[in-house]
Ligand binder design. Structure first.
Ligand code: SF4
Length: 358
């Protein structure tokens, strides 16, 4: 393909932007945050969608908006309240940043999500992508966005051979996204069209080019490289590890849990466990492990963990100052902040007990 001149390149971007906008009008999925384009809802949805699949986000989004319908309601919440609603969605730093940012918006912007990019960037947890998404989708400002779907699409559309995750690829893609959005008639429609096209048509590992509105302008399509682009970076190997969990019950069948801090999942309720770098640990010798009740696997970031769940008893009672312990009935789990592995363990125990009774 000959190197395009500046005017041919501009024409290509104008035509592609127009086609993508038209395609989005016809094919967009109906999503709750697209009903009103409320800036608060756009912000919450964009934060939830980072590192989380759309199907998972939908249920969490509705519950979150029901519980915290606007900035003021979120700003008035406690961290525990927010983490409870977020429980199971993972990457809990996002929830803490949302709370901090809501308080900043209440104190500095009168409770209204700011409509300028620079003010958005000053909010905790709001980077270039999220500020661009709120500016363009909520306020129709011509700001570029490059998420995972857009990155894959642009690597193919522009025929870029730098590996995913590389600085060179990111720089090229953000430049292209900026030029493209400036050629659009509505940044809100265009940016969502790019994300939707990446999610539904320009998919990994193989795109459905016959359904693509911009195949005529796509470098990878013209060169037969759609299966080779984007170039994958060499993946980080999952680190296998094993962690025993201890189920200590009181006379009412409630389970001992502990609100604790560690490198991950700060200030949430955990099951007592064997010492590990991941969760901070509580001396294994404080529990006498009995029967192995169940085992399951769970991945947390790049760690692939096998959890072995043991019935256990406390050896010397609860150590003073060893954290905030609580007795939690399985049906109370939804009312406390807890990570997904705790839910898996408790649900596994409940299912096992039901089977035993049947
Ligand atoms: Fe992606 Fe194919 Fe469209 Fe190119 S033509 S942008 S590879 S779906």
């Amino acid at each position: 393909m000959p190197r395009p001149t500046a005017s041919r390149k501009a024409q290509r971007y104008h035509s592609a932007a127009e086609l993508i906008e038209r395609w989005f009008h016809e094919r967009q999925r109906s999503l709750p945050w697209r009903e009103r384009y409320d800036p608060y809802e756009i912000w919450i949805s964009e934060v939830m969608l980072q590192q989380t699949r759309m199907e998972v986000v939908l249920g969490y989004f509705s519950r979150f908006i029901e519980r915290f319908p606007d900035v003021m309601a979120l700003a008035a919440a406690s961290e525990g309240d927010v983490l409870t609603v977020w429980s199971g969605l993972g990457y809990y730093r996002r929830a803490r940043f949302l709370l901090q940012a809501a308080r900043q918006i209440r104190d500095q912007h009168g409770g209204m999500v700011p409509n300028d990019f620079d003010s958005l960037r000053k909010l905790p947890g709001v980077g270039r992508y999220t500020a661009g998404a709120i500016s363009s989708i909520a306020f129709d400002e011509p700001r570029p966005i490059v998420d995972g779907n857009v990155a894959r699409l642009l690597a193919r559309f522009e025929g870029l051979h730098d590996p995913l995750g590389s600085t060179a690829l990111a720089a090229h893609e953000w430049r292209s996204a900026e030029q493209l959005v400036r050629c659009s008639s509505s940044p809100r429609v265009f940016n969502q069209g790019m994300m939707e096209l990446g999610a539904l048509v320009c998919r990994a590992p193989l795109p459905a080019c016959s359904e693509c509105p911009v195949s005529h302008f796509c470098v990878a399509f013209a060169k037969g490289l759609t299966g080779e682009l984007p170039v994958r970076k060499t993946g980080k190997e999952a680190v296998p590890m094993a962690l025993p969990l201890f189920i200590v019950r009181d006379e009412r069948g409630r389970i001992l849990m502990r609100k604790q801090s560690g490198p991950l999942m700060d200030a949430m309720y955990h099951l007592p466990h064997g010492s590990s770098d991941l969760l901070g640990g509580y001396a294994k010798s404080s529990f006498r492990a009995g029967e192995l009740l169940l085992s399951f696997r769970h991945t947390i970031t790049h760690r692939r963990i096998r959890f072995d769940v043991f019935a256990a008893t406390l050896v010397d009672g609860l150590a003073e100052g060893a954290g905030e312990f609580a007795w939690i009935a399985p049906e109370e789990l939804e009312s406390i902040p807890h990570p997904s592995y705790v839910r898996k363990a408790v649900e596994g125990l409940v299912t096992k007990a039901c089977r035993a009774r049947a």
